[in-house]
Write a protein that binds this ligand. Structure first.
Ligand code: PLP
Length: 390
C-alpha cells in the first residue's frame, strides 16, 4: 500500500470516493502522478483550472501577490481587490460584488440577500425561494436545503425551511408555486451535477417574465457555467438574460478558492455594514489569480476560440456510434452513452491516461478553456476507443 494513500485513509475523513492514484504535478493540460504517468485533463479539477495547470502568467500573478501582501482582512482596502471588482463588474454588467471563498458561500450570500431585499421592502413572510428539481447549490445547510435532489436530503435533519422545488421546464408547476410567499427563483441555466441539462429557453423566458411582474428576484447559480465555460463569460448571455443576482466560483480564480456574488441594479444596496462578511473573502492571492483569469478571457478572440473548440469536441463525439446524445453548452459537455456506464468509462479512462468526470448517468467533460485541438484529439481518441470497446 502506498504510504500517501495510507495516510489519507488514516487521517483524512472518508467523505469522498477517491481513485487510487496520487497526483503530483501539472503543466498546461496534462498532469502527472507519482509514477510519472501522464494524464490528459478533461476535468480541470471540476471546472476550476480554467487556464490549465500552472499557467505562466497566472502563476506569476499569484506568486507576486504572495510575496507582496497575502492577506489583510476586509477592514482595509487593497488595490488588487479593487482592480478585480472593477473588471468583473464591467465584464458582466453588474453593479456590485461580494467576495467569498466557494460556491456554497456565494449561494449563501445570494439567499441571504434575496431574503433581505424582500424583508426590507415587504416585511416578514415573503421568504420562500424556488429552486429546481435536480439542481445542485452546495453542501452547507442552506444550500443543501436549496438543492432539489432528494438524495441530498438525508441525515442532517432538520433542513432549512423556505425552499420550494419546481420541475425544470414545467411552466405550470412554476406558476402554481410562484405565490406571494416567494422572494426569489434560483436556477442553473445548465444543471451541472444534475446531469448537464440546459434549461429550455421558453421556461427561462417565463421565469423572468413572471418574476418581473411580481418583483421576485432571479438568482442565477453560474458557479459551474460562468467564467467562460460555455463560450460566453456568463451562460445567461446564451438565453439573453441577466439575473438580479449571479453567483460564481469554481473557475473564477483559476485554482485558488474564491466565490463571488454579483448584484444588479435592484439589489445593489441590499447588504449594509454588518449584515454579511467573510474573513478570507476577496483575499489578495485569490484576486490576483482571478485577475489573470479575467484578463485572459477578455483578451482578443479568447471566448470565440472556446466556442470553436466546443463545436470541434461536439462534432467528434456526435460521430461516435456509441454516443446516444451530447448535452450542455460550450465546454460544459454531457455525454449519454448507448450501453456503457459512465462510471466504468471514467475508470477505464484513468487507466489509459485521461481524466473525465461523471454527472448522474453521463460522462461529463469540463476541459480547461485553454485546451487545443491536438489535445482534444488525443483525449477523444482515448475516450472513443473506450466507448467502442466490446
Ligand atoms: C460546484 C457547485 C456548487 C458548490 O460549490 P462549492 O465551491 O463546492 O461550494 C454550487 N452550485 C453549482 C452549480 C456548482 O456546480
Amino acid at each position: 500500500m502506498n504510504s500517501i494513500m495510507e495516510k489519507f485513509d488514516k487521517y483524512v475523513m472518508h467523505s469522498y470516493g477517491r481513485y487510487p492514484l496520487v497526483m503530483e504535478n501539472g503543466e498546461g493540460r496534462f498532469c502527472e502522478d507519482e509514477n510519472k504517468k501522464k494524464y490528459i485533463d478533461f476535468g480541470s479539477g471540476i471546472g476550476v483550472n480554467s487556464l490549465g495547470f500552472c499557467d505562466e502568467k497566472w502563476s506569476d500573478a499569484v506568486c507576486d501577490q504572495v510575496k507582496t501582501l497575502q492577506h489583510n482582512s476586509n477592514y482595509y482596502y487593497t488595490a488588487v481587490q479593487a482592480e478585480y471588482a472593477e473588471k468583473l463588474c464591467e465584464t458582466t454588467g453588474y453593479e456590485k460584488v461580494f467576495f467569498c471563498n466557494s460556491g456554497a458561500e456565494a449561494n449563501e450570500c445570494a439567499i441571504k440577500s434575496a431574503r433581505k431585499y424582500s424583508f426590507d421592502k415587504y416585511g416578514m413572510g415573503r421568504h420562500n425561494i424556488i429552486t429546481l428539481v435536480n439542481s445542485f447549490h452546495g453542501r452547507t445547510m442552506a444550500t443543501l436545503s436549496a438543492t432539489g435532489q432528494d438524495v441530498f436530503h438525508n441525515y442532517f435533519f432538520p433542513f432549512l425551511e423556505g425552499f420550494v422545488n419546481v420541475n425544470a421546464n414545467d411552466v405550470n408547476d412554476l406558476k402554481e408555486k410562484l405565490d406571494d410567499t416567494v422572494c426569489a427563483v434560483m436556477l442553473e441555466y445548465i444543471q451541472g451535477e444534475g446531469g448537464v441539462n440546459a434549461l429550455e429557453q421558453d421556461f427561462v423566458d417565463e421565469v423572468y417574465r413572471l418574476c418581473a411582474e411580481k418583483d421576485i428576484l432571479v438568482i442565477a447559480d453560474e458557479i459551474q457555467t460562468g467564467v467562460g465555460r460555455t463560450g460566453k463569460f456568463l451562460a445567461g448571455e446564451h438565453f439573453g438574460k441577466k439575473a438580479d443576482i449571479t453567483t460564481l466560483a469554481k473557475g473564477i480564480a483559476g485554482g485558488i478558492p474564491m466565490g463571488a456574488c454579483l448584484f444588479g441594479e435592484k439589489v445593489k444596496e441590499v447588504l449594509t455594514p454588518g449584515t454579511h462578511g467573510s474573513t478570507f473573502g476577496g483575499n489578495p492571492i485569490a484576486c490576483a489569480g482571478a485577475n489573470a483569469v479575467i484578463d485572459r478571457l477578455n483578451s482578443d478572440g479568447f471566448l470565440d476560440k472556446v466556442t470553436k473548440k466546443a463545436i470541434y469536441f461536439r462534432d467528434k463525439l456526435a460521430k461516435c456510434s456509441k454516443v446516444e446524445s451530447v448535452s450542455g453548452i460550450g465546454l460544459m459537455i454531457g455525454i449519454t452513452l448507448k450501453s456503457k456506464s459512465a462510471g466504468d468509462v471514467a475508470k477505464k479512462a484513468l487507466e489509459k491516461g485521461l481524466l473525465v468526470l461523471t454527472a448522474k448517468n453521463k460522462v461529463r467533460l469540463l476541459p480547461p478553456l485553454t485546451i487545443d485541438d491536438s489535445e482534444i484529439d488525443d483525449g477523444l481518441d482515448i475516450l472513443i476507443e473506450i466507448m467502442e470497446e466490446e
